[in-house]
Design a protein around this ligand. Structure first.
Ligand code: ADP
Length: 453
């Protein structure tokens, strides 16, 4: 039995994830409150929620990131809980604390755990102590360039300097030789300080051609932890993922079982609850190394939902109600078939320049094994203020080859008129021989489109 039952949830987000959370709430019989900026007045999350409140102008800092406005909206509408989605306030420990202080359930991990995972070199030290493989690197934050030089000498070049509070690939510098280190160290500190209000930087071994592989976790408030397999997210441009799949073509059953085993213990020891993702890099020899934890639901969660049959967003809500994982999950976690997600962005497929504007024609594909998560419709306007994600097209097949064929036919039946989208680029990726053979790393896009990676 849940310790509480939510009657109403406020969704502190916009776009497709806000609609996704509304879907989960409707199936659970929970009412929803949408918040929106003036630019999103006609967005479908506003239409599908039971109530909607305008929380400010288009600029995120004055709407979707404005904690006082969001808490006021929650109090006026008398909700029980807040779902933060991804991005915006989802990994803001201070926001989770304000929710708790206002007697609102925050649908995510506890503030102290969000804070631990947000300080990347602390999360790294914690995972290493728990027996999770991490890359050789500094034990904590670097205090001087001399210390960095000494460590880099020991580890061997190339190394990477990373911002302790980093995110979105900012504050990182790759160092290939000692003489460049002092200058790049200063640059990384300055960039980190400007972007994250903390100039703390740490160092680790740099992998030249890694695969990005991440494990999905669910943990309840009673100590139960489940690992829902992994996602392969190596098809990315400038650290922005374009196409994701599950399972990874590079992860064997043995490796999955080994990593799942150590992760289960580490996540329980951290007191981590709700959904989360543990990101790893795979080196050229096939070994996985922890890089960071994302303490929230991910954009690419649907590929895991397709192969496991588990609704991750409903699980998040039920965990926050105090329910136990054995009561939430349909049975033991098993991976069935293969799933791929393509992000359909409003951008030029060749130059990647954003392409906001009015959608004049919109048709989504359907049929067996096809899912579309979107917030747009014919005649809606994509505002220029937020991310460019228009829709996610996700397919499921009995194996990887069928999933690729299904994705190609579904992309061919996806019509978006009036703006540019990434659909032609996704078709090129799916037709590529190396991609089809599962032979790729995070440099794939660079090799594929020289000068644009
Ligand atoms: P952020 O939080 O800014 O996204 P991450 O630690 O997740 O930072 O790293 C983002 C990306 O940077 C990774 O997906 C990978 O492509 C690259 N990267 C990070 N650390 C390393 C490393 N040690 N070696 C090679 N590439 C790395």
């Amino acid at each position: 039995m849940p310790s509480v039952r939510f009657k109403k949830i406020l969704i502190a987000n916009r776009g497709e994830i806000a609609v996704r959370i509304i879907c989960a709430c409707r199936e659970l019989g929970i009412e929803t409150v949408a918040v929106y900026s003036e630019a999103d007045r006609y967005s479908s999350h506003v239409r599908f929620a039971d109530q909607a409140i305008c929380i400010g102008p288009a600029k995120s800092a004055r709407s979707y990131l404005d904690i006082a406005s969001i808490i006021s909206a929650a109090e006026i509408t008398n909700v029980d809980a807040i779902h933060p989605g991804y991005g915006f306030l989802s990994e803001n420990a201070g926001f989770a604390e304000v929710c708790e202080a206002s007697h609102l359930h925050f649908i995510g991990p506890k503030p102290a755990v969000i804070r631990l995972m947000g300080v990347k070199e602390r999360a790294r030290a914690f995972m290493r102590e728990m027996g999770v493989p991490v890359l050789p690197g500094s034990p904590g934050v670097l205090s001087t360039a001399e210390e960095a030089l000494e460590l880099a000498e020991k580890i061997g070049y190339p190394v990477i300097l990373k911002a302790s509070a980093g995110g979105g690939g900012r504050g990182m510098r790759v160092v290939t030789q000692a003489e460049d280190l002092p200058g790049l160290y200063a640059q990384a500190q300055t960039e980190a300080g400007a972007a994250f209000a903390s100039a703390d930087v740490y160092l680790e071994k740099y992998i030249g051609a890694p695969r990005h592989i991440e494990f999905q976790i669910l943990a309840d408030e009673h100590g139960n932890v489940e690992i829902l397999g992994e996602r392969e997210c190596s098809i990315q441009r400038r650290h922005q993922k374009l196409l994701e799949e599950s399972p990874s073509p590079a992860v064997t059953d043995g490796l999955r079982a080994e990593i799942s085993g150590v992760l289960r213990k580490a996540i329980a020891a951290a007191g981590y609850t709700n959904a989360g993702t543990v990101e790893f890099l795979m080196d050229e020899t096939g070994k996985l190394y922890f890089i960071e934890v994302n303490a929230r639901v991910q954009v690419e969660h649907p590929v895991t939902e397709f192969v496991t049959g588990i609704d991750i967003v409903k699980s998040q809500i039920r965990i926050a109600q105090g329910e136990r994982l054995p009561d939430i999950l349909p049975g033991p976690v098993e991976l069935r078939g293969h799933s791929i997600e393509c992000r359909i962005n409003a951008e030029n497929p060749e130059t990647f320049v954003p392409s906001p504007g009015r959608i004049t024609g919109f048709h989504v594909p359907g049929g067996i094994g096809v899912r579309v998560d979107t917030w747009v419709y014919t005649d809606c306007v994509i505002p220029p203020f937020y991310d460019s994600l228009v829709a996610k097209l996700i397919v499921h097949g009995c194996d990887r080859a069928e999933a690729i064929d299904r994705m190609r036919r579904a992309l061919g039946m996806f019509i978006v008129e009036g703006i540019h989208t990434s659909i032609p680029l996704q078709q090129k990726i799916l037709a590529d021989e190396d991609f089809r053979a599962g032979r790729f790393d995070t440099n794939f896009i660079k090799r594929f489109m020289p000068g644009k990676g």
